[in-house]
Design a protein around this ligand. Structure first.
Ligand code: GDP
Ligand code: MG
Length: 220
């Protein structure tokens, strides 16, 4: 947004959340960008993205998060978004094993688009607040087939991903902390900045423009 451009930033990275419908992807993004839970999430079908500036060390990073907003139903995520992503979060609902099993599909989908170089994978089990709500959920005619934490952790290990179980509803701040940590790792590992000798300005720095150009050439 205008405000972000005015503040200036040192680097930019893109994050995408993939997984089945109703796993809480939009809610997690809301938790990250607005730090509050909105039970009435928007279910439009056009992809949208959210931006947030975060500080890593003395660098300001513009984080862009893509929300798939419905295309996941059709298994036709736009590959351009995936190719441009630096961090991929694979989301499942801990109360529906089916959504966990489907992650293999999404992992393959991503691996067919891009290699594992210069990318961080994360597996996130959401709706942890519901782990002991079997009766309530069944009364509402929701299925309840809990995902085993160890199995999920092992799955994450096997694909070289970081792992987190969380609740967008009740522990949004834990998710914020997790994602900030991952972003910090990414910046440290893959983004080389010329430190010290430049000052942030009210506009995007020239170096950043070069960085995004390089990225575009590499990806597409
Ligand atoms: P998406 O389709 O993956 O984007 O999922 P949404 O973010 O739209 O969430 C689907 C439904 O699950 C909505 O009714 C949310 O309010 C609810 N939801 C999302 N995260 C949580 C959570 O952590 N706990 C609980 N109890 N409900 C959640
Ligand atoms: Mg959504």
């Amino acid at each position: 947004s205008e405000e972000i451009i005015e503040q200036g930033y040192d680097g930019e990275l893109k994050i995408i959340l993939l997984g089945e419908v109703f796993t809480g992807k939009t809610s997690l993004i809301n938790a990250y960008t607005k730090e509050k839970f909105n039970p009435e999430v928007n279910t439009t079908t056009s992809p949208s993205y959210f931006s947030k500036l975060i500080t890593v060390g003395n660098q300001t990073i513009l984080v862009n998060i893509w929300d798939t907003a419905g295309q996941e139903k059709f298994r036709s995520m736009n590959k351009i978004f995936i190719k441009k992503s630096n961090i991929v979060l694979f989301i499942y609902d801990i109360t529906r094993k089916k959504t966990f099993k489907e992650l293999s599909f999404w992992v393959k989908y991503v691996e067919n688009c891009i290699g594992k170089d210069n990318i961080i994978f994360c597996v996130v089990g959401n709706k942890l607040d519901l782990f002991d709500k079997e009766e309530e959920l069944k009364q509402k005619n929701f299925e309840f087939d809990l995902v085993d934490t160890e199995e999920a952790r092992e799955f994450a290990n096997n694909i070289g991903a970081e792992y987190l179980e969380t609740s967008a509803k009740e522990s949004g701040s834990a998710f914020v902390k997790f994602l900030d940590k991952i972003i910090g790792q990414y910046v440290e590992k893959y983004m080389n900045f010329v430190k010290n000798n430049k000052e942030k300005k009210g506009i995007q720095l020239d170096d950043d423009k070069d960085l995004s150009k390089q990225k575009k050439n590499k990806c597409c």
